[in-house]
Design a protein around this ligand. Structure first.
Ligand SMILES: [Zn+2]
Length: 420
């Protein structure tokens, strides 16, 4: 049981005890016949109902029974691009390969007027919320005026993404003024093939000096891996065709991960997205650096038909979250379907670890774990009641049921009102 701190009562504050057959708090073992105690939009404690009822019981306490449900933290989607939420990839999903996909993306971007971007972002947020997402990290491209919005979901992180392999200085692509007074905004570099390495280093320094997370797509596909190591191949042809090639640039002859390490970019506030083509040596480098990883398995399966090696990261204790990436490469923004895909493709991974990736893992990767991603003391409401039915004797079976039921949106938000 965690918590057992008396509420700071001012005589008016109502205490609510939410009881359910199971509590999956994310920070300890699942608890049968458990409860989550809430006051004033904050969780005071979670644990066995009988203990919490004794400790917090009283005339002013209201008990809510969530029969047939598990209480679970809301999902944290650690990587998406809401601008593309109005796109609809063709079904059935078939890997188009990276360059056919990127050509389609250029076409899609041309249609993105400011009003269309705002509409797409609102639609994406609404879908994510309906699918049990409490927090998302939204990657957004300049120009930001008229599209930057930070009051979407209860928690939202905006990563302003920098593009330009031909650019040398941060000021060429980002003034900083647009985000100077906005909370939960940080920088991302697109990748080592679409953003110049000068920009990558400067953007990371900008984030580091402010204590903010930095995000970058890494080792997503083989053309990237080849380009970063050798400076040739399809990525170079693409840059030349776009007029963004820098003839003075030279590769280091190393992998994407090793290159980021040499550039001084890897530390505990760097979030590496995708990580599909990574060998053991590079996984060891990531583990030593403390950097976090966001896996987007459905996007990887759709674009290139390949899963990242999630087990390699988990067994090294690397902080891992999950992301849907955008609807340019995914059917929807339901993070629990991302988790269900991991269960299906990697049955040897403990479902409880997958559920933690979808919640606490993403919160840790974004530096928000003090208030979201778990049901421990200090976490904020709301959280989820996922209909599970049936009975469970081990945590992994429970976690698997939670993921599958939440993936089908058999869930309800708890604690969205001011009363509870
Ligand atoms: Zn992305």
């Amino acid at each position: 049981m965690s918590g057992l701190k008396p509420p700071e009562k001012d005589g008016l504050e109502a205490v609510h005890i939410h009881r359910a057959p199971w509590i999956f708090s994310g920070i300890g073992p699942a608890v049968a016949d458990g409860a989550v105690v809430v006051a004033n939009g904050r969780i005071l404690a979670s644990g066995p109902f009988r203990h919490l009822k004794t400790f917090y019981g009283g005339a002013s306490v209201r008990v809510w029974d969530h029969e047939g449900a598990a209480l679970v933290p809301g999902a944290v989607n650690a990587h998406t691009h809401l601008d593309f939420s109005l796109l609809c990839p063709p079904k059935p999903l078939k890997p188009p390969g990276f360059f056919r996909w990127v050509s389609g993306m250029f076409e899609a971007k041309k249609q993105l007027t400011p009003s269309r971007r705002r509409e797409a972002q609102d639609v994406g947020r609404a879908h994510a919320w309906q699918a049990g997402t409490l927090c998302l990290a939204n990657v957004i491209n300049p120009p930001l005026d008229r599209v930057l919005k930070v009051s979407g979901l209860p928690h939202e992180y905006q990563f302003v993404e920098l593009l330009g392999f031909h650019c040398r200085h941060l000021q060429e692509v980002f003034s900083g003024e647009e985000v100077a007074h906005t909370a939960f905004v940080s920088l991302a570099a697109h990748s080592l093939y679409a953003t110049s390495w000068n920009l990558v280093v400067q953007a990371k320094a900008w984030c580091r000096s402010r204590g903010l997370p930095f995000s970058i797509h890494v080792a997503e596909h083989l053309p990237e891996v080849h380009f970063v190591r050798h400076g040739t191949g399809a990525c170079r042809l693409l840059l030349e065709s776009l007029g963004r090639w820098d003839a003075t640039w030279r590769p280091l002859g190393a992998s994407s991960v090793r290159t980021l390490q040499v550039l001084g970019v890897l530390d505990s506030r760097t979030l590496m997205v995708h990580m599909v083509h990574v060998n053991d040596e590079d996984w060891d480098r990531v583990a030593r650096s403390g950097a976090a990883v966001c896996f987007c398995p459905r996007s990887n399966l759709w674009i290139q038909g390949r899963m990242p090696n999630i087990e390699a990261a988990l067994k090294r204790g690397i902080p891992c979250g999950l992301g849907t990436d955008s609807r340019a490469s995914n059917e929807d923004l339901n993070l629990f379907r991302e988790a269900a895909t991991v269960l299906e493709a990697e049955p040897s991974i403990d479902p409880a670890a997958v559920l933690r990736m979808a919640t606490l893992g993403g919160a840790r990767a974004l530096g928000l774990a003090s208030s979201i991603g778990h049901l421990g003391p200090g976490a904020s409401t709301p959280f989820l009641a996922v209909s599970i039915g049936g009975s469970f004797s081990v945590e992994s079976d429970l976690a698997e049921a939670i993921i599958h039921q939440a993936a089908q949106e058999r869930l309800a938000w708890v604690g969205t009102g001011t009363a509870d």
